[in-house]
Design a protein around this ligand. Structure first.
Ligand code: ADP
Ligand code: ADP
Length: 549
């Protein structure tokens, strides 16, 4: 026993330092003897968006199966016959009482968007229009297709859609259904910020205008903040037990999560807080130049897509953030730097197209493809002889949670595990420049936080220069010293601006999106303003979209 449980620790060998109140009650469900237990349940509310914030493996999906009536919870009595009447009895007098009565009576209908949209093509044969027409129970399709810009791919086969297109189709398919309860497991993967904001607004509108209950799991905190009315924080020991807290306001829930301390529960969930700087970070003191690159042009095919890059410099030992919509040429720029793509023209170059930067670049592409039949430890030790050193373990393996997967094969890893190995591999290589394309993809909120601080610390301690392309605005804010902004018309023409200060960069980027951020009074955390609110109008007229002046 851990010394706190009065009798026997239900989780065998798990050290519980501070047994939370919730764990002293019976769980909602336990999969079996010594198996995963879920404590507490989220409470969906009509007309509201309820968020769940927490790492993967903590029981969010289990909770949703229960609320959807697909899994009869056993109240921790896995060897007894427990039915919905017992469950109703256990939840009498709680927010969930009416809801559970409806589930028992088979009166709850559910629409669900799965977490891994990449798997949709395996279960549907046909084009986008066929898929969406089958789900259009609310006669809402035209509206959803327009708002989510799905029009151009309506006749395309589901097999041929990109990740971002599949995500938007899946959101439309879910919101077009006519049900009481909508569950969306992550809405932002593969979407750019404009698309994320649109998806969030559509979900809110359905809750507010049609009085539906929405339950959303989301790892992008800026979007979760915009999306949810109330928030359940989920914490625990992934794979062993999870606790879903009582609902908090979305503001308090995110603030407490970032602070690493849950107020009502009196529970520390992380040793260190995550803090944002109110003013644009790090002064404009000029570092030495690592590399200068000239104006560049690149187009594909017969000019279906063209990119103009404004020349600029990358400074030694900076983290340069790269932002812009999908399909605007960010990955193409990365490949121009690495030499994987040849430019059509290079300003000032005699033979027109020679870009020799003479840099060693360590590159993590957007779509991580490491899947050889090789163990993680063998793979990583082939990249660095630092592998296994205490420095490497502390700075790379620990924050990226690699210890538990070291002995697995690369080909057996989940998307999030593969991403963490790929980030580790990229940073472990010795290079002049580290280039990470979408490191947040597939990572849960806690892993994003850890990966962000690992990359930041690595840059500081190794005097490394790092370029990070990402859509998670909190991650970019916490990571970057300067910003490079892409704009233009996606899939047609892109323009890459020269690297600029965080403040100038955020202003340019967010002006393109017409989105402003205010500051949380208590924590200085950036929060998206309601469009046309007084602050939104004022900040737009002052041209201050992100950092306080
Ligand atoms: P999340 O959605 O937060 O990632 P899940 O609810 O999917 O978490 O899973 C929580 C834990 O429950 C995981 O450790 C998972 O392995 C375990 N689990 C899920 N389904 C079952 C099952 N049918 N039997 C035993 N354990 C399960
Ligand atoms: P981003 O990284 O900003 O999403 P990309 O650089 O990946 O943008 O792509 C920009 C545009 O170029 C997209 O329309 C994409 O379809 C197109 N594109 C990318 N690579 C190729 C290629 N090898 N051949 C033809 N078109 C391409």
């Amino acid at each position: 026993t851990c010394g706190i449980c009065v009798e026997k620790c239900p989780f065998d060998a798990i050290e519980i330092i501070n047994l939370p109140k919730e764990l002293q009650d019976d769980p909602a469900h336990r999969y079996g003897e010594n198996a995963f237990s879920l404590y507490g349940l989220p409470a969906p509310q009509e007309g509201q968006v309820t968020g769940i914030l927490g790492p993967n493996g903590i029981g969010k999906t289990t909770a949703v199966h229960i609320l959807a009536g697909e899994l009869e919870p056993n109240l921790g009595r896995h060897d007894e016959d427990v039915d919905w009447d017992d469950v109703l009895e256990a939840y009498r007098g709680t927010e969930l009482q009416d809801y559970i009565a409806d589930v028992r009576d088979g009166e709850v209908t559910v629409a669900r968007k799965p977490q891994y949209v990449d798997q949709i093509p395996n279960s549907f044969d046909g084009n986008t229009r066929e898929l969406l027409e089958k789900t259009d129970e609310r006669d809402a399709l035209d509206h959803l297709v327009e708002r989510l810009s799905i029009g151009p791919v309506m006749e395309q086969s589901i097999d041929d859609l990109s990740g971002g297109e599949l995500q938007r189709v899946a959101i439309a398919a879910t919101l077009a259904r006519d049900t009481d309860f909508y569950f969306l497991d992550e809405v932002t993967p593969y979407l750019d910020i404009g698309q994320r904001v649109t998806a969030a607004r559509l979900i809110r509108e359905l809750a507010e205008e049609e009085d539906r209950s929405m339950l959303v799991v989301e790892h992008d905190l800026a979007i979760l903040d915009l999306l949810a009315d109330t928030l359940h924080v989920a914490y625990g020991e992934p794979g062993a037990y999870g606790v879903v807290t009582s609902p908090k306001s979305v503001r308090n829930g995110i603030n407490e999560y970032l602070a690493g301390y849950l107020d009502n529960e009196n529970m520390r969930i992380r040793p260190d807080p995550i803090e944002f700087e109110e003013h644009a970070p790090r002064s404009s003191v000029r570092g030495d130049t690592l590399v200068e690159y000239p104006d560049l042009e690149k187009s594909y095919g017969d000019g279906e897509f063209s990119l103009d890059v404004e020349g600029g410099e990358i400074r030694q030992n900076e983290v340069l953030g790269i932002v812009g919509p999908n399909g605007i040429g960010k990955s193409t720029f990365a490949k121009l730097l690495t030499g994987n793509v040849e430019p059509d023209s290079v300003a000032g170059s005699a033979d027109g197209a020679d870009l020799d930067l003479d840099l060693e670049i360590s590159y993590k592409p957007q779509y991580v493809t490491i899947d050889q039949h090789m163990r993680v430890d063998a793979f990583l030790s082939s990249i660095t002889d630092q592998f296994g050193s205490s420095y490497w373990n502390t700075e790379i393996a620990q924050p990226l949670q690699l210890e538990r997967i070291m002995e697995q094969n690369l080909s057996d890893l989940s998307g999030g595990e593969r991403q963490r190995v790929a980030i580790a591999a990229c940073l472990s290589d010795s290079a002049d420049l580290y280039l990470l394309d979408e490191p947040s993809a597939h990572l849960d909120v806690e892993q994003r936080v850890q990966a962000t601080s690992a990359i930041r610390r690595y840059a500081e301690q190794q005097d490394a220069t790092v370029l990070v392309i990402d859509h998670d605005i909190y991650m970019i804010d916490l990571l970057a010293d300067r910003l490079m902004v892409f704009d233009g018309e996606p899939a047609v023409h892109g323009r890459a601006g020269t690297p600029q200060s965080m403040r100038e960069g955020m202003n340019e980027f967010l002006a393109n999106l017409e989105v402003t951020f205010r500051r949380d009074e208590r924590t200085s955390r950036p929060r998206i303003n309601k469009p046309d609110s007084q602050l939104d109008k004022q900040q737009k007229s002052e041209g201050e979209y992100y950092y306080a002046p």
